[in-house]
Design a protein around this ligand. Structure first.
Ligand code: RB5
Length: 149
C-alpha cells in the first residue's frame, strides 16, 4: 500500500546523510519521498525543520513523516507541537511498529548519532509498514487529540 503515498522528510545538520539514505530507501519501495532538506551542512535549527515536516503531515499534503536530528529528541519535541501530530523517537524496530499499531503515530523521529544506517532503515520499514489497530487504542488516541483542544 505504498503507491503514491507521500512521506515528508526533514532533519537538521546532524542527520543529512542518514536522511538522504532513508529517502532513497523508501523511494525504492514506491513511497514518494518529499525531502525538504536541508542539503548543506551548516549548523541549523531543528525546531524549524521539525515544524516544516509536521505541517506537511498535519495539512494532509503528506501521509506520514520521518524526521531526524542528532538524538531524534529535539526535532520530535518540535513536531509534536503541531496540532494533529503524533511523533515518537525510535531506536528499535519494536517501538517503531508499536507507535503505529497502538498510538497511530503519523511521524517517526530517529537520532542519527544514536543508530547506524542499517538499523535506521529497518526502523523506517517497521514504522511505514505497520497499521493502526484501532479498537481500544482508538479511544486512547482520541484522548491524546482531546489534549490539543
Ligand atoms: C545538534 O547539535 C543537536 O543538538 C541536535 O541535532 C539534536 O540532537 C537535538 O535534539
Amino acid at each position: 500500500m505504498t503507491a503514491g503515498k507521500r512521506i515528508a522528510l526533514s532533519s537538521d545538520h546532524a542527520a543529512i546523510p542518514l536522511r538522504q539514505a532513508i529517502a532513497a530507501h523508501i523511494a525504492a519501495q514506491g513511497w514518494v519521498a518529499v525531502d525538504i532538506g536541508p542539503t548543506t551542512p551548516e549548523s541549523t535549527h531543528y525546531p524549524e525543520h521539525g515544524a516544516a515536516a509536521a505541517r506537511l503531515v498535519a495539512s494532509g499534503d503528506c501521509h506520514m513523516g520521518i524526521i531526524l536530528c542528532g538524538t531524534g529528541q529535539g526535532i520530535m519535541m518540535a513536531a509534536n507541537k503541531v496540532k494533529g501530530i503524533r511523533c515518537g523517537v525510535c531506536a528499535d524496530t519494536f517501538s517503531a511498529r508499536m507507535i503505529r499499531q497502538h498510538n497511530d503515530a503519523n511521524m517517526l523521529s530517529i537520532g542519527a548519532r544514536v543508530v547506524g544506517e542499517g538499523l535506521a532503515l529497518d526502523i523506517v520499514d517497521a514504522f511505514l509498514n505497520a497499521q493502526f489497530e484501532g479498537a481500544r487504542h482508538a479511544t486512547r488516541v482520541e484522548m491524546i487529540k482531546a489534549l490539543e483542544e
